[in-house]
Design a protein around this ligand. Structure first.
Ligand code: C5P
Length: 300
């Protein structure tokens, strides 16, 4: 049996280039792993079944069949190792909001790769697992590493960055999810309309500030190019962002493709107060406190 804890993420910068011929978008993104975790336990079976059970955040709405990214991760791992005979019971305890832009599903997939690699005694290295992770989704490789990292390509090509300091975050959960492909599609429509001009450039000064771990330097540099598209699809998020700012957040931003909103706070006390205040804003299902950067997966 093997258990792994995998963090969720927030993008401190998510800079999006125009749509590529294959439908994806080249990114220049700075990922930060944060202290909301998914816990994945894998127990080898004597037969070739792959069974999944989920508990916690949003789990009642998630199908546990072959469409679930956790099951797809286990299937792909045994396929790549030519071991269709391997079976596993998977248990996922969720803290990261579902369909929220914080890579909860990707964290599950990363955890399954690590836990099954151990439980099935496959002996794959992290770089080998990272290749399989990239096939499962653009965010999955980062969750094998954690900390702060720049992602390019679809987001799957990673360069680790310094991870000093500790940023205090509040996350506001929305009552419904947003589909990542739909948000990217709306981004493309807005580019066609001329409402936005895709440009994935980020200056070295901005990157340096974002990696400083100093909230006052990070706050003005937070950037999410998908935010206008997420706001068009979910206009109520503007009220949530405003509620966090009026409660004293240094900066407010939509996480990834949304709809979770992230608030960067000056210190832990302010974040604790803000989490209570924003929880009563309209269109907020609840708030979560977290900090980042945190290390990548931890074997329990
Ligand atoms: O890679 P992943 O499966 O997580 O991506 C989900 C969807 O998000 C893709 O099908 C694509 O529509 C969009 N996407 C994109 N460009 C990226 C990452 C994701 O267009 N770099």
């Amino acid at each position: 049996m093997s258990s792994v804890r995998v963090p969720g993420k927030v993008n401190l910068a998510l800079c999006v280039a125009p749509r590529r011929a294959d439908g994806y978008h080249d990114l220049y993104t700075l990922f930060q792993a944060v202290s909301l975790h998914e816990e994945v336990t894998a127990l080898a079976r004597v037969d070739a079944e792959i069974r999944l059970q989920m508990t916690g955040e949003g789990s009642e709405e998630l199908p546990c069949d072959r469409t679930n990214l956790a099951v797809r991760a286990a299937r792909l791992l045994r396929e790549r190792n030519c071991r269709p005979d391997l079976g596993v019971d998977l248990l996922v305890r969720k803290q990261v909001p579902m369909a929220g832009g914080m890579a909860g599903g990707s964290a599950d997939a990363a955890g399954v790769l690590l836990a099954c690699n151990q439980t099935w005694q496959l002996g794959l290295s992290r770089p080998e697992l990272s290749g399989i992770a990239a096939e499962l989704g653009s965010d999955v490789p980062f969750l094998l590493f954690g900390g702060n990292a720049v992602g390019t390509g679809r987001g799957e090509r990673l360069r680790p960055m310094p991870a000093p300091g500790r940023l205090e975050w509040v996350f506001a959960l929305a009552p419904r999810g947003l589909s990542t492909p739909l948000v990217y599609q709306r981004f493309d429509e807005m580019a066609e309309r001329g409402t936005l001009v895709p440009n994935a450039d980020l200056s070295l000064q901005s990157l340096d500030a974002l990696c400083s771990g100093d909230a006052a330097r990070v706050a003005p540099e937070l950037r999410n190019d998908l935010q206008p598209a997420a706001l068009e699809l979910y206009p109520e998020l503007a009220t949530t962002l405003a509620a966090g700012l009026s409660a004293g957040a240094l900066s407010a931003i939509v996480c990834g493709s949304g709809p979770t909103c992230a608030f960067l706070c000056a210190d832990a006390d302010q974040a604790d107060r803000l989490a209570v205040e924003v929880a009563s804003a309209p269109e907020v299902r609840g708030t979560r406190r977290a900090h980042g950067p945190v290390p990548g997966p931890e074997v329990l």
